[in-house]
Structures are given as C-alpha cells and as structure tokens.
Design a binder for this molecule. Structure first.
Ligand code: ADP
Ligand code: MG
Length: 358
C-alpha cells in the first residue's frame, strides 16, 4: 500500500510544526524520516496514522493506496504503530501481548483460538523469540521488548507500518543489531514502512529512501547515496555527519577559499557573494611534499588512532580547526606527529553560495 501526503500543514497554537509537506512512499518501500528533534517527524507520522489531523486547507490530502483517508479514523486505516517507549502490557505475557490486537476485534472478525495461536507462533518465530512467549515484558531485554512491540503491531496485518524512533531508548550495540534485523525483516515481509529517526547513520543504513526534515519542512528526499553524496542544502550536508567548513568568496567565477579555487560543476556562481566550502573529514588528505595540487599549511594538534580510521586534528594558520580522517595505511605512510607543520589537500568538496543551488 502506497502512502501519499499532499500539502500538509500543522500548527499548534501559533507554532507551525509542519509547513506544506508533500511526500509519496511507494508500496513496499522502507522510508526514513530523518531530522533533528522538533523538526516535525512525529507530527507527520501521527497525521499519516490518523492520530492527528492536519490544518484544514483546500488542496491538503492524505492518501493510503491512492484513497483519501482524511475522513477515516485510526482504527480503519490498517496502520501498525511502534513507538520509542514500548508500551507493552506489563501484566500480559509476550504471547498475550502479541495476540491482543486480534482478541479485541469484534466477534465476527475475530479469528478462532487455534488461528490466533498459529499466528502468534509465526510472529514469535519472525522476531526470533520463539521460546519466550510465556515471559512477561519485565523479563525481557529492551531490544527484545521492541521486537515484541513490532510483532504486536504486525499481528493485525497492517498495510502500513509506522515506527517512531523505535530503537531510540536502546544502547548503541543493541540499536545496531536491531537495525540489521529490521532491514532483513523488511526484505522478508516487504510492508510499506515509515521509520522516524534523528540518527543519520541509522537512516542511511536502513532505508530505501531518506526524507531529511528541518523546521517542519522537507529539505531533501533521496536514496541514502543521494542525500549523503549529493546534499541539496547546507542543512543536509551538515546533518549527515561531521564537516569541515571554510568561508570564502566568489571571484572571477570561482569560489575562493584560501589556496582552493573551485569552479561550479554546472551553472555559474554569482560574483562577489559569500561562499562556503564543506569537506567531510575523509575527503581531506595530508601530505609532506607539495604534489602540484593546491594545499594549505596546518599544524598537527591531536591524533586519535583507536578506531577504524585515524582522526587527525589540525589547526590552520587562520586559526580554523580541521578534522581529517585517514586510513591506517595512509596514516603510516605519512606518519604525522603532533606539533609539526604539514600540508592539507582536498579530495572532494561541496560549495554552497548565495544565488547558487546545486
Ligand atoms: P520531532 O518528532 O521531529 O522531534 P515533533 O513532530 O514531535 O518533532 O514536534 C514538532 C514541533 O511541534 C515541536 O516543536 C513540538 O514542540 C511541537 N509540537 C508537537 N506536538 C505538539 C502539541 N500537541 N502541542 C504543541 N506543540 C506540539
Ligand atoms: Mg518525535
């Protein structure tokens, strides 16, 4: 089932939480809503679910499977919900928690005892908790509880699954495991899913497409590769992880940042405007000898090598601080030491300038 929202706005008092948001999620897709706290992710999810109503307007629409559901209430939208704080029923076993949505159905739609049992058993297998059906929530780990919450949401055979920071309260290792697990689960059951997170790594690893939100608006929609490698706005660039920022100006059609002069890939920069250069730490290189490319001189301040990459902090003469990430091989080759002066070059960079949009 596809999901589509068109021109959705939502105000709380005088505060505008969503501003003319339009988005389409194709059937079977797993889409991440990614943005900082307060950017409107939960509000958008609640509107899709029917838990909140958007501001009334002429051309506003919420469509599930191309059908306008504005007038349909939550219960009939066939939406499964998982929240950050697993609201499992404490006094019920895992089995009963998962069966709950089926047992509360009106008599005519309620499956028989045997059918419920088979279904819950299948779901327990799906979430890999086959032998824990008789436990109570308090006897499970946080990660296990979230898997039960997911099974409970899936039990009613929703057409759409909405997950609001479902791993937000768990520690990093468990989050990583559940992320991989959810990706595999989605490949198995292919239910249209919208996943809210403020963690860019989680969104990039998990989703087919990422929707980057900021202050109630969508900044960019794209595949993980697109939003990471081709950010459309400075906000997206900054939100995808650490960046080194240089301030410069447009002179003679080039954006000039100290030794670096960059021409636009397409179009032209506007003469005299301020420009900003963004470079991710792994897109910089350090060298001892000039190799013909433009280089800046910098002093090595700190080296942090306990990790998959070596992080080198450098200070430019102008006082700016740079972070460079090198492979361990490259680091050994150059072998920089704290306190020495060294050359810094760019492998890749993005320029943002007024009146110029990529
Ligand atoms: P996110 O999930 O991205 O953190 P939310 O959608 O929860 O953001 O909230 C967006 C903004 O709307 C926040 O500033 C929040 O304070 C405000 N907001 C959300 N729900 C309400 C509400 N019921 N009443 C007033 N303000 C709200
Ligand atoms: Mg939220």
């Amino acid at each position: 089932m596809s999901i589509e929202v068109r021109n959705i706005s939502k105000t709380f008092g005088r505060f505008s939480a969503l501003k003319h948001v339009s988005l389409r999620v194709e059937a079977g897709e797993l889409v991440a809503l990614l943005g900082p706290s307060g950017s409107g992710k939960t509000t958008l999810l609640r509107i899709i679910a029917g838990l909140d109503v958007p501001d009334p307007s002429q051309d506003m629409q919420v469509l599930l499977s191309e059908e306008d559901v504005a007038a349909r209430h939550v219960g009939s939208r066939q939406v499964g919900f998982v929240f950050q704080h697993y609201a499992l029923f404490r006094h019920m076993t895992v089995f009963d928690n998962i069966a709950f949505g089926l047992r509360v159905r009106p008599r005519q739609q309620r499956p028989g005892r045997k059918e419920i049992e088979e279904k819950v058993t299948r779901l327990l297998r799906l979430i890999q908790l086959e032998n824990l059906g008789n436990r109570y929530p308090s006897q499970l780990s946080g990660g296990q509880r979230q898997r039960v919450a997911l099974a409970r949401a899936l039990a009613i055979e929703p057409k759409v699954l909405l997950l609001d920071e479902p791993f937000g309260a768990l520690d990093a290792r468990v989050r990583q495991d559940l992320r991989n697990w959810l990706r595999r689960l989605h490949e198995e059951i292919h239910i249209t899913s919208v996943f809210v997170t403020h963690d860019q790594e989680e969104a990039l690893e998990l989703a087919d497409r990422v929707v980057v939100m900021n202050e109630g608006k969508i900044e960019q929609v794209g595949t993980p590769d697109e939003v990471f490698h081709h950010p459309k706005t400075e906000f997206v660039m900054r939100f995808m992880g650490h960046v080194n920022l240089f301030h410069g100006r447009v002179e003679s059609d080039k954006a000039v940042f100290g030794p670096w002069e960059l021409e636009p890939d397409e179009g032209v920069y506007t003469e005299g405007k301020d420009a900003r250069l963004f470079v991710r730490p792994h897109e910089m290189d350090i060298l001892r000898e000039p190799d013909g490319r433009p280089m800046a001189e910098a002093t090595v301040k700190r080296i942090h090598s306990a990790g998959p990459y070596v992080k080198v902090e450098l200070h430019l003469e102008s006082g700016e601080i740079l972070l460079v990430e090198l492979s361990h091989d490259r680091f050994r080759e150059i072998n920089p030491v704290v306190g020495e002066k060294i050359l810094v070059g760019l492998r890749n960079a993005r320029v943002f300038s007024e009146d110029y949009v990529i």
